[in-house]
Design a protein around this ligand. Structure first.
Ligand code: ADP
Ligand code: ZN
Length: 731
């Protein structure tokens, strides 16, 4: 006799599905979320496949769980990600199956209404309730007693008496339906043209058919528009069309760009805020959004990268805003790139994908040039506004006193700007007060005990902090090495130090420092961003947090304090990243009515990245950088993967790296470099070594890695081998 067998994938670091017998009283379908025994306990899993066979000696599925099943597309996405990143399938599944820690069922809200039966006994209080309820409308119990002006007990008595009956109220919606035709500013002609081109890719048929045109063929489109060109309004128009065609939309954003300002902007266009999905959304609400997305009630989600794994019922459009952002790459656990996986999900769902950026990734540009992606370009700012004029301040010719960082040219530009009642933004991509603290007497440098990094002084917190593991200690009065009092010195600037210098230089101006470790958390940070947007400060000093997606209408001057900072890292993406970041941050200037300008402090104005930025000729940068990548065989012209071997025991980590390298046996077209001590050699008490694999484009990188790792020594104890395909970080 045969019995149905379910192969159940469990959301743990396991690659195989486990087989269970399906009890006769249970009917299961693939994708169902079930409870199964695993060792001594019970766990959840997803039915990955069903088959016939003799299952008599298998353990049994305990039962189905009341969570929406995983759609075929979502299951394929899980498989795809696992195959691509070499993560265990179960780990990839865990991202799609984040269940609430405590599955509380929501207590249903109840209301009451009149049954039409007369009361067995009438009192003046009862008469008031009966009079109010006579219209047959369902009201909350409390609302009814308030309206009738009686106590809640009277209402309860009438329920017992059969005069009123209780009915379940429809649960409150997680998100009100956005209205595609909510009154809004009309698009400019270039915007409308871009929107039309994107709408033409939607695969859902137009409502009403006919003149609205035919359904498009999906695929990926790069929406490349300079900062301030009005890309957001353009993709909103595409979202509006998706709403009309009754398919769901997902807008992905880097987590820190997902601000109240953005949600309000959405509300201005659609009448209501969208369902927002990010790490700050808590248990109950998370579950309700998930359920709403699965039922189709939630039509638009704006979310950070994890929103990619929501169980959409009918996904028609994915927008990836700021697609070049490094923050889309998850660097631990399953190392996936949300932009690339959005493209995969789009394909699996037959949805249109829009990648929006002012400074696309080289990979995306090359894909567009080779015709794999469509490209829609918006070369001008909205409303005839001009792009900021960008000039270099050659620091070799400026007189800047020791321990100070603002050049005289920058100081006078700030003064002029403020004199016109306009704002200045000073950008330095370094949190804290100073990146290094040392003792002038003995030369001791303060280092993290767990990581190979200097401790960063944070003056607000009066602490020395590690930016990698979070270790914090009090800044000592006396050197912990030699005991000398008051002789510690801060080396180099962070934003707090710049703010100190700004306040000293402009004592009567209002200065705000903005960085991701802003004291008071996300809520206060949002409030501060709002203050800046409303013009409530004169000078903003900020890290890359302010470079992203914010609209500050009064901001007309951007000063970049150290443009050279990112150029020396030796990372293959250093040039691209620096260019993107500087382009974004200088693009904050002049987005409102008044024209803007940017001043860039640099010691090497002739460096190709800086020169390209100054010339305003992005095409030159892209063509040079693309050519350089091609010559070097770097992505997208070749493939890269990094192995990070880490262990609390340095020797063990290094030995494992060497043993792996010995069995690498790279075939033609594959190069294995290392092991080398990682630039961040110690993180959280773990010593790190790196191997880098570089292959030609046609090579099956994943296949090679799988074979190689299988030949390698067993991973034991607390040794870890992290696999990072398409690494973004080389630290
Ligand atoms: P981008 O995302 O391309 O940098 P935005 O979408 O933020 O540009 O638009 C830049 C500015 O222009 C914003 O202040 C926005 O409110 C304004 N804007 C864009 N489109 C319109 C429009 N159709 N009508 C009125 N204002 C617009
Ligand atoms: Zn540390």
């Amino acid at each position: 006799m045969t019995a149905p067998i379910a192969d159940v994938l469990i959301p743990l670091a396991l690659d195989q599905a486990y087989s269970y017998a399906v009890p006769p009283e249970l009917t299961l379908a693939e994708g169902d979320v079930v409870q199964v025994p695993l060792g001594p306990r019970e766990t959840v899993g997803v039915v990955w496949s069903l088959r016939d066979g003799a299952g008599s000696n298998l353990r049994r599925v305990t039962g189905r769980i009341g969570v929406e099943a995983l759609s075929p597309a979502l299951r394929r996405l899980v498989e795809w990600i696992a195959r691509y990143t070499l993560a265990p399938k179960g780990s990839a599944l865990a991202m799609a199956l984040r269940l609430p820690e405590e599955s509380r069922t929501e207590t249903a809200k109840v209301g009451v209404r009149a049954t039409g039966m007369p009361p067995s006994r009438m009192t003046p209080a009862r008469a008031k309730v009966v009079a109010v309820a006579a219209d047959g409308v369902v009201r909350g119990k409390r609302a009814l007693s308030l309206e009738a002006g009686v106590s809640a007990g009277v209402v309860d008595g009438l329920i017992d008496d059969g005069v009123l009956e209780t009915v379940a109220l429809a649960p409150e919606r997680v998100a009100e339906p956005p209205d595609p035709d909510h009154p809004h500013d009309p698009l400019s002609e270039p915007q409308a043209e871009a929107a039309r081109a994107l709408i033409a890719t939607l695969t859902a048929p137009p409502a009403g058919g006919g003149e609205a045109g035919e359904a498009g063929e999906g695929g990926v489109t790069l929406l490349e528009g300079v900062t301030g060109s009005g890309k957001t309004e353009v993709y909103f128009e595409v979202v509006a069309e998706a709403l009309r065609r009754d398919v769901q939309s997902l807008v992905l954003m880097p987590e820190i760009a997902l601000t109240a300002q953005f949600l309000d902007r959405f509300a201005k266009r659609f009448g209501v805020r969208p369902a927002a999905w990010h790490s700050g959304i808590g248990g109950r609400r998370r579950e309700r959004i998930r359920a709403g997305v699965a039922s189709g009630e939630v039509q638009v989600v704006v979310g950070a990268r994890s929103a990619l794994f929501l169980p959409f019922r009918q996904l028609g459009l994915i927008v990836v805003d700021e697609e070049h952002e490094g923050a889309y790459k998850q660097d631990d656990g399953v190392c996936y790139h949300a932009r690339d996986m959005a493209v995969v999900r789009g394909k699996l769902e037959n949805a249109a994908v829009v990648l929006a950026s002012a400074t696309p990734a080289i990979e995306t540009r090359v894909n567009a040039e080779r015709g794999r992606y469509r490209r829609v370009v918006m070369p001008e700012r909205f409303g005839g506004r001009r792009l900021p004029e960008i000039r270099a301040i050659d620091m070799r010719g400026e007189k800047v006193p020791r321990g100070r960082y603002l050049s005289p040219s920058l100081v006078s530009a700030i003064a002029e700007t403020n004199a016109r009642d306009e704002q200045a933004l000073l950008f330095l991509n370094r949190r804290g007060y100073a990146p290094l603290t040392l003792c002038r007497a003995c030369g001791h440098r303060y280092q993290c005990p767990n990581c190979s990094t200097w401790l960063v002084e944070h003056r607000f917190r009066r602490a020395l902090v590690c930016h990698h593991c979070g270790h914090a200690e009090r800044r000592p009065e006396a050197c912990t090495e030699c005991g000398t009092f008051d002789n510690l010195t801060a080396c180099g600037p962070g934003v707090e130090r710049i703010a100190e210098e700004v306040s000293a230089t402009f004592p009567d101006k209002r200065v705000i420092v903005l960085s991701s470790d802003f004291p008071g958390g996300a809520e206060r940070l949002r409030a501060e961003l709002q203050t800046v947007a409303e013009g409530g400060c004169d000078i903003v000093v900020g890290t890359q947090l302010v470079a992203k997606g914010h609209n500050f209408p009064h901001l007309t001057l951007v000063g970049v304090l150290d443009a050279d900072i990112g150029l020396t890292s030796g990372d293959p993406r250093a040039a691209e990243r620096t260019f993107q970041l500087l382009q974004q941050v200088t693009g904050r200037a002049g987005r409102g009515e008044k024209p803007g300008r940017a001043l860039v402090q640099t010691y090497q104005p002739e460096h190709p990245v800086i020169a390209a930025l100054l010339s305003g000729d992005a095409e030159r940068f892209y063509s040079e950088e693309t050519a350089a990548r091609e010559v070097a065989g770097l992505p997208p012209f070749g493939r890269l993967a990094a192995l990070v071997i880490s262990c609390t025991d340095r020797e063990v980590a290094e030995a494992h790296g060497r043993a792996l390298a010995r069995v690498a046996e790279p075939p033609p077209g594959v190069m294995v470099l290392g092991p080398a001590e990682a630039p961040l050699a110690l993180v959280r008490g773990r010593y790190r070594f790196r191997l880098l694999v570089k292959t030609e484009r046609e090579i099956d990188l994943q296949g090679y890695l799988r074979d190689w790792l299988a030949r390698g020594p067993k991973v034991r104890g607390n040794l870890r081998v992290g696999i990072d395909v398409d690494p973004q970080s080389f630290l």
